[in-house]
Design a protein around this ligand. Structure first.
Ligand code: OKP
Ligand code: ZN
Length: 346
């Protein structure tokens, strides 16, 4: 049997490496930026080959993001330099009090308007990396739609699931999973997103919260303890047409594979009940026991169990990479996950 790397198409573009912030604000100190380009490079080493990412343009991106936000993201670093600044652009004032739709020009005002945290700097290469990361996800969905591939893998980086329709945050700029899901829905599929990153995918949830178009199911660390704190609680179930189409399953720090699989069972039941015919898997490897910023206790071999449970749904699946910061372990974790999908028989 060939290794999974030969069976599952992998999508990656080298421009995704352009984004390399120097530091982030972490627990009150400036520290080394955790979401490193090397994350993607080390995962890529697991594969004999990857497919070129096709440029689908702005149209799929604009299904998940507002035009003014996209324009901001494209131009923000240039505006930062034009304001006489150097280094990476970061906001410092957020309009949380009686927020009004003011169209301000000052770069610091725009950074505050279009972000929700200070952990997500904009560099000269950010737009290029986020754009090609999103295109990798769209390409992975296109291979499911056009070639009837049962499972594809978009090696997205930077990640996307914290980014909303008009804001960045949590190392995320463009929401690749949401863009991929909206693309599939646009092609008439019944879509669910299963988010199994350690952190709640607040951006993805928010993009679909009131639409009912896409089911969003997430298993993550209880936000009472962990980032992003304000979203991902079990009582968030969707609004209006989206009522019942958001399902959050928060788990305590220290969660191991047995409890995780029980949560996954609940998630799978919801995905089946939705009559899902295309699944986007937001995959974070930060549930790993040695992840430096997270507190679940999954082992490398556990990811094969997650993969085979999700594969047993027998729903065509585009996997989109999200977080995971134990850099040396990432290749083994992704290989383990994909090995669970490999003998798929569809
Ligand atoms: C992105 B993903 C906290 C700094 C902010 C942001 C975490 C973003 C995780 N000390 N941390 O979901 O893996
Ligand atoms: Zn995460």
């Amino acid at each position: 049997m060939p290794p999974p790397s030969l069976a599952i198409p992998v999508f990656f573009d080298a421009r995704q490496l352009d984004h390399q912030p120097a530091v982030e604000l972490h627990n009150g100190n400036w520290s080394d930026y955790a979401e490193k380009a090397a994350r993607a490079e080390i995962i890529l080493q697991q594969f004999a080959a990857h497919r070129p990412v096709r440029d689908h343009g702005l149209e799929p991106i604009l299904r998940a993001h507002s035009p003014d936000y996209v324009e901001f993201l494209r131009s923000a670093h240039q505006a930062w330099l034009e304001a006489g600044r150097s280094g990476d652009a970061i906001g410092y004032t957020w309009p949380v009090i009686r927020r009004r739709d003011l169209r301000l020009d000052r770069i610091d005002a725009r950074l505050g308007r279009y972000s929700f945290d200070a952990a997500t700097p904009i560099t000269a290469g950010t737009w290029s990396s986020a754009y090609w990361s999103a295109q990798a996800a769209v390409s992975a969905v296109a291979a499911v739609l056009e070639e009837a591939q049962p499972v594809t893998f978009a090696l997205c980086r930077p990640p996307g699931h914290h980014a909303g329709r008009d804001y960045l945050g949590g190392y995320c700029y463009l929401n690749s999973a949401a863009i991929a899901a909206a693309e599939a829905a646009h092609h008439g599929r019944r879509v669910a997103i299963l988010d199994i990153d350690y952190h709640h995918g607040n951006g993805t949830q928010d993009i679909f919260l009131d639409s009912g178009e896409v089911l969003f199911v997430s298993i993550h660390a209880d936000p009472a303890m962990d980032y992003p704190f304000f979203w991902g609680h079990a009582d968030e179930r969707g609004i209006g047409a989206g009522k019942g189409k958001t399902l959050n399953i928060p788990l305590p720090r220290g969660t191991q594979i047995d409890a995780y699989l029980e949560a996954l069972e609940i998630a799978c039941t919801a995905i089946v009940a939705h009559r899902t015919d295309l699944l986007v898997l937001s995959f974070g490897a930060d549930t790993f026991e040695d992840d430096p910023i997270s507190y679940f206790e999954l082992r490398e071999e556990d990811y094969a169990l997650l993969g085979s449970r999700i594969a047993a749904l027998a729903i065509p699946t585009a996997i989109v990479m999200e977080g995971g910061y134990a850099i040396d372990a990432l290749g083994g974790i992704v290989t383990s996950l994909l090995s669970g999908f490999y003998p798929r028989g569809m």
